[in-house]
Design a protein around this ligand. Structure first.
Ligand SMILES: Cc1cc2nc3c(=O)[nH]c(=O)nc-3n(C[C@H](O)[C@H](O)[C@H](O)COP(=O)(O)OP(=O)(O)OC[C@H]3O[C@@H](n4cnc5c(N)ncnc54)[C@H](O)[C@@H]3O)c2cc1C
Ligand code: FES
Length: 281
């Protein structure tokens, strides 16, 4: 069980692992995630199910190596097994034919938005994609998303590919074009996954235009089943557990500042752990 059958480098420090997990694959839907334990005694980390092959019984996880556990996972090779895989977890994305949906992915968030864009397209939506990354080298899944999205816009911080700037620059451009047009309509839904600061900026922009916006939050998670409280977030002033109530929430109601503060509060401890990071030889 949980045998790695394919390993691919998507970009520097971003790896895709395809894993045999028939029971998870059978139930997985867009928006679901798994909790991964790479080796005995490894930390539990949440990763989105980026792709599912229900016939073959496998799932694909795409992750950025940012610290100890993701680096440890990146060291595993084809033929090796994960110690444990728990899922599918979380509440699946609500999919319906809204009309036009803009799907926005920032950094490794592109991998997380991929299954949602695919499901939205299958439900009959016109899907517009906006992908953003530091530079061209970090734009992943462009070919796959261009098959799904009627229009695909790319932004890079350093202007090495697409438009120079942030995903919100492309989004603002699209919304302003609708504002001036007599025959185009605003999208019915914007769906964004990426760094907290990006999801906050997208939500602030769409609020000006009264466009429903869903974001997929990434708080620290431990058990992933609603018991430990570590993934606590505030939405519309209420405490929610992202692992069971989310991870997707209405971006206009999320307290992003609190989320960022809680993520930062673990940074020092993680940095100490990362001194002992596993290294590729
Ligand atoms: C529901 C969910 C789905 C996720 N899906 C994916 C995915 O598909 N691909 C992917 O690459 N990552 C995903 N993440 C984030 C991933 O879980 C973290 O990057 C991972 O746990 C970091 O572990 P680490 O030990 O390697 O790094 P750590 O040493 O724990 O952290 C290294 C750096 O990353 C930051 N960090 C740690 N955890 C998170 C987090 N949850 N979100 C943002 N920053 C964090 C730390 O503050 C620190 O700066 C997801 C998170 C959630 C909650
Ligand atoms: S991760 Fe423990 S309650 Fe959500």
């Amino acid at each position: 069980m949980f045998r790695i059958i394919k390993k691919e480098t998507m970009a520097q420090g971003i790896t895709a692992l395809t894993i045999t997990a028939p029971e998870i694959a059978a139930k997985a839907k867009a928006g679901h995630f798994v909790v991964v334990v790479a080796k005995e005694n490894s930390e539990r980390i949440p990763l989105t199910i980026a792709n599912t092959d229900k016939t073959a019984g496998d799932i694909t996880l795409i992750f950025q190596e940012v610290g100890f556990s993701t680096k440890e996972l990146g060291l595993l090779n084809v033929g090796e097994h994960l110690e444990h895989l728990l899922g599918p977890l979380g509440t699946a994305t609500h999919i319906e034919n809204y009309g036009t949906v803009i799907c926005i992915g920032g950094g490794v968030g592109i991998a997380e938005v991929w299954p949602v864009a695919k499901a939205m397209k299958e439900a009959g939506n016109r899907v517009i994609g906006i992908l953003g990354a530091r530079s061209r080298d970090y734009i992943i899944l462009e070919d796959q998303l261009s098959l799904i999205c009627g229009e695909l816009f790319i932004t890079t911080d350093d202007a090495s590919y697409g438009r120079k700037g942030l995903v919100t620059d492309s989004l603002r451009g699209l919304l302003q074009a609708v504002e001036k047009s007599t025959h185009t309509q605003y999208p019915e839904l914007v769906y964004a996954v990426g760094p907290v600061v990006m999801m906050k900026a997208v939500s602030e922009l769409t609020k000006e235009y009264h466009i429903k916006t869903m974001v997929s939050l990434n708080p620290i998670m431990l058990d992933g089943t609603g018991m430990c409280g570590s993934c606590r977030v505030s939405v519309a002033g209420k405490v929610m557990f992202a692992c069971v109530d989310g991870p997707e929430f209405d971006g206009h109601l999320v307290d992003f500042l609190e989320l960022q503060k809680r993520l930062n509060s673990f940074k020092e401890k993680e940095a100490c752990l990362n001194i002992a990071c596993p290294r590729k030889t």
